[in-house]
Design a protein. Sequence first.
Length: 249
Amino acid sequence: MKNKRVLYIFLTLLFLVVATLLSSVLFAVKRTSLALAGQSSNLDSSQIKVLLDRSIGKNIFLIDEGALTEELERAHPYIRVISIERIFPSELKLHFSERQLLFDIKLSDGRYAVADFHKKVLEVRDTPSGGVLLDMALEDAAPCQSLSGHAIDAAALFFEAFYGLTEGDLFYDEYLFKSYFKKIGVSSNTLLIETRLGAKIEILNYNDPDDNLTSKTYFALMVLDERLTEKEKTSSTIIISSKEAYVLK
């Protein structure tokens, strides 16, 4: 009986402390700040700040990070929220980066949906952005839409493998990826890639979990860069299997 009484007293005190914190003016958001990771050319920090400032006056404990992230990314398709930091007692700090153009998908009406590595549509435009063209059928698209499908899933997997070649020593970013590759498609378990130079790459069983796509990608680029003549780079087809590379000239 005595233990129950102590428990009730403890729970009552805990409730009072929590209620005090939630209602305290001390923990109302009074300021917000932005922390951009990397550089930005398509984001307006002032507009992002205006949206973030809507949290001013709200209790810092009651900020719904998921809802705020969704609101920010819906209003600004190029923003990628990394985290929303609570700096007690009264500041919110947004950590974010700019999404990068990577893929172009031609729509049924002739326009192009532009998407990033995370398969999110950044904008719809009349002309290609200069990204890698995806060989996939897409009727329509809208900014902030998340795309799915065999081709874009394969292309995102390929970009991740390409990026993995750096191992912290080089910077294989979206720009370099786009400078190498012109078009990506998929047929069954084969990844079909057209390079900017004209050569084609076919990676067999690209999605085999027991096979390393990064190693296959490295092998394909090594063949392209080191084994082919300048003329061969414009017309050859490189076929990559688990253990071998074949070149059709």
